[in-house]
Design a protein around this ligand. Sequence first.
Ligand code: MLT
Length: 265
Amino acid sequence: MKARIHTIDLAYDDHGMGTPIIFLHAFPLNRTMWRGQIMALLNEQRYRLVALDFRGFGESDTGVGVTTMEQLADDVIGLMDNLGMQQAILCGLSMGGYVSFAAQRKYPQRINGLILADTKPEADNGEVQANREKVALQAETVGTSVIADAQIPRLITEQTRKQHPEVEMLLRRMIEATSAAGLAAASRGMGQRLDSNDVLVSIDCPTLVIVGEQDGITPPTIAQSYAAKIAGAQCVVIPQAGHLSNLEQPELFLEAVRSFLRSAF
Ligand code: MLT
């Protein structure tokens, strides 16, 4: 389905009825990365499960200029308005987590739960920002296959690549299908994001932090330390998973989410 939000068409799925949960994808992927979790939670008949493609990804239009995390948060809230949702639980992985922090900063009253997976509140340092620009230029000049080659080893473990080649294939398909302009705009936007450490103390809704044991981008030490700054947050480390813990260990990820949702909602 598509909704016209802030002058662009955003693609999304909307399944089930009950407590709303909005799934926010990682960079440079799209909403299909959440398919397994959504189908499993749908069976419980307790939740309204929405996943969107951020602008510039999947089947959504690409906007104009840099895609900031604040713009993506505005789009999420715009979609909630369009769907008649006053509040929702946000479940964001990595860039989806950066967007969740931006939404928590600007629209705290619209969020009644957070699942923050493989993400971090810190802004990029100068070196990482320079690399964001390099990735953006590479996408614009060479295309997204090169980005897939470079990103995949960062996103999943060597073990996942060997034992689950279907996960690598899925990632490659998602990355190669992303528009170069959309990918570049979000890469630059991530480089400009604010530090969200000040937001952590303002979070007063039930929060679950999840991290892959071998996540090299947002390692467990980072997850445990920022979770400790959020009142009442739980932190679950998923064994034998890298950065994309929901795709690498879908059962364990789901178990963590299920038990959090059952206890908090
Ligand atoms: C992601 O998975 O969304 C990205 O790896 C985030 C990042 O590069 O900081």
